[in-house]
Design a protein around this ligand. Sequence first.
Ligand SMILES: [Zn+2]
Length: 290
Amino acid sequence: MATKLAIIGRTGLHKILEKYGASRISQQKIKTPFGSSHLLHSMIYQKIPFYCISRHGEEDLYEISAPFVDMRASLYALRQKGVEKVISISAPGSLMEEMGPGTLFVPDDIIDRSYSSKRTFFENRGIGVIRMDEPFCPSIRALMVTDLQTNFKGKVFDKGTYINTAGPRLETAAEIRDYTLLGGSAVGMTLAPEVFLAREMELCYAALCYPVNYAEGIAERPYKRGVLFEGLATEEELKIVKKIEEAIPQLVLNMIPKLEVLVRDCECKNALLRYKKRGDLPDDFSKWFE
Ligand SMILES: [Zn+2]
């Protein structure tokens, strides 16, 4: 059976999924025109194969910290392997009082303030001017929202704007006021340019976010020396986050059989059609970067 699905998440995600009934078959790094990919873990759940990628590396939680993550090789590798649908898991800060730790968030829009230099596959080729009316795949989003609303006991925010910053530092209170004025719901460092690169690879891509703290200034949080985020998250909130992290693997695995048969009645797969029509890109993906 061809592997059509991939999950991108935190370091050690494959090990957590194994605890919840997925099996790991093999692992490999793929050489691509964009360097070596992350380690692709080939997994299987209920006879359905999928790949699992830890975007920050294999060893430490932040072996590759946010500004240095380059997803081009890995997304290229997924496309080359025949993957069509990608679920991305990320842990942003919340810009909304009602969307605290313990809730889930499925963004439908994004503002990229990271200005990554690794944000396109098509350097100097005049390709990639793509409409972004729905940056996250509407087909996967709809499935994800319905599934989470059925299976998750807490509140699910089914839309909102994710603000992407460069990191690794957290945001200032003034920046957060700015992002709030922009209409942002959450702020994080992982979904861009990942979501845009996925679109350039014509993949369906949607994100499942679980807020881990309130962003600076949204809630009053005294400074605490030498602890995670210097006290921006309370101990109580961190306990809630730990519980959510324990719930997410099963929630994601539940979606796998439905994702496998999900019809791609969205436009993600047609993102570069006009470049193919005018002969800038061959129909055969393996010849795109020759
Ligand atoms: Zn799609």
